[in-house]
Design a protein around this ligand. Sequence first.
Ligand code: CO8
Length: 264
Amino acid sequence: MGFVDYEVEGRVGLITINRPQALNALNSEVLDDLEAVIDGVDLSEVRALIITGAGEKSFVAGADIGQMSSLTKEEGEAFGKKGNDIFRKIETLAIPVIAAVNGFALGGGNELAMSCDIRICSDNAMFGQPEVGLGITPGFGGTQRLARLVSPGMAKQLIFAATNIKAEEACRIGLVNAVYPQEELLPAAKKLAGKIAAAAPIAVRACKKAINDGLEANMDDALVIEEKLFGSCFETYDQQEGMANFLRKKDDPKKVKVVDFRNE
Ligand code: CO8
C-alpha cells in the first residue's frame, strides 16, 4: 500500500504510516491507504494491532497543512469527517489497537493515537494539538477524545494554548501508559500485543466492547452491557477450556499448560 505498510507476525498486525519525508503527515491519500489497510485486516487471524510511524522522528506530525490550506468551509468539514470516520473505525475495531508513538504526535497524529486503545511512546515523543495556532480547531476527534482521556480542564489548557508536551508529561497526565527508549518501543509494543493475542480472543473483544460502549452509557445501562457480554463468553470453547485448564491445575499442578485459545 502506497503510504501505509502492513505486515503480520503471528497473530499481531503491524501498521506503519510511511511518509517520512513529510513526518508521516496525513493527506487524503495516506488516510485512504490507512482505511484500506484497516478494512483488510483479517480478524479471523489477527488478534491485536500496532500502529506506528516510519522513521525515528515522527509518529504522525498532523494532518497535511499544505493540503488543508486552501479548503473551503464545506471541504474542511468533509475532510474532518473523513478523518473522523477512519479513526472511529479504529476505535471500534473488534480487536485491540496499540499506538506505538515513536516521535511527533501532533494534531491529527495525537488524534490517531487517541483513537487507539492503548498508547505507549518513545522518550523523544511529543504530543499536542497545535491547531489554534493554525487558525482551526482539532478536527479528527481531538476536542472529544483528549477531554475524555485526560480531563476537560487539562484538554482545554493544552488545546486553547496550543501547548505541546513531552513524553514524560504525557505519561504523567495519563495520555500514554509508558515511555521507552526509542529502540525498545517496538519490541515493547510487540510484547504487549503478543500477550493480548495469547489471551482468549472472544473475551478480549468483549472487554473492549464493554469498556467502549459502557463509557458512552449511564452506569445502569453500562452494567447491562457488561452482563450481556459476560454472558456471551459462556459455552464457547475458549471459556470451557480456559476454566477446565484452571481446574485441572488445581487437581495436579503438573497439568499446567498454556491454553491455545481458538476464538470459538
Ligand atoms: N503537514 C504537511 N507537511 C508537514 C507537516 C504537516 N502537518 N509536518 C511536517 N511537515 C513537513 C515539513 O513541511 C517538511 O517538509 P519539507 O522538507 O518539504 O520542507 C518536513 O515535513 C520536515 O518538517 P520540518 O522541516 O518542519 O521538521 P522540523 O524537525 O524542523 O519540525 C515539526 C518538526 C515541529 C513537527 C514541524 O514540522 C511542525 O510544526 N509541523 C506541523 C505540526 C502541526 O502543526 N500539526 C498539526 C497540523 S493540523 C491538524 O493535524 C489538524 C487535524 C484535524 C484536521 C481537520 C481538517 C478539517
